[in-house]
Design a protein around this ligand. Structure first.
Ligand code: CA2
Length: 140
């Protein structure tokens, strides 16, 4: 595995700017620089969108230029059959990450539609979950 794409869904552009009690105080852009230094031999790409169709297009395109995906579909995790279908339609492995523990929150967050098409899921380990997901992709 030489290259991995990280995809963040809606509202995750607000990381580090709002609700630090749930999502921490670090912006993803700062964390992404740390990730690149943790994995110097890996080419890491980052894409964030608040738009479902843009996320789907990026998932479809990804298998042409990366070997794996780490995705946090945000609120779409609980609703989007279309994103789940896009994940199911590609041949590269996808790991889903949630910064918060979705099982310790409202009941509607316990249904993870997109995760049904992923190799695995990490939830509740903060931003470190992205690092652990990359480790998994490298080892499997
Ligand atoms: O815990 C996660 O990573 C979530 O995917 C985050 C989503 C939420 O809908 C999922 O249930 C769990 C929400 C992303 C919103 O991100 C914000 C970050 C900072 C401030 C406000 C929202």
């Amino acid at each position: 595995m030489k290259s991995i794409l990280i995809i963040n869904g809606p509202n995750l552009n607000l990381l580090g700017k709002r609700e630090p009690g749930i999502y921490g105080s670090e912006t993803f852009e700062v964390y992404f620089e740390k990730l690149k230094s943790i994995f110097p031999n890996l080419t890491l790409y980052y894409f964030q969108s608040n738009i479902e169709g843009e996320l789907i297009t990026k998932i479809q395109e990804a298998e042409k230029f990366v070997d794996g995906i780490v995705i946090n579909p945000g609120g779409y995790s609980h609703t989007s059959v279309a994103i789940a279908d896009a994940i199911g339609a590609i041949s590269i492995p996808v790991v889903e990450v949630h910064i918060s523990n979705v099982h310790a929150r409202e009941d509607f967050r316990k249904q993870l539609i997109t995760a049904t098409k992923c190799k695995g899921i990490i939830s509740g380990l903060g931003l470190d979950g992205y690092e652990f997901a990359i480790e998994f992709l490298l080892d499997n």
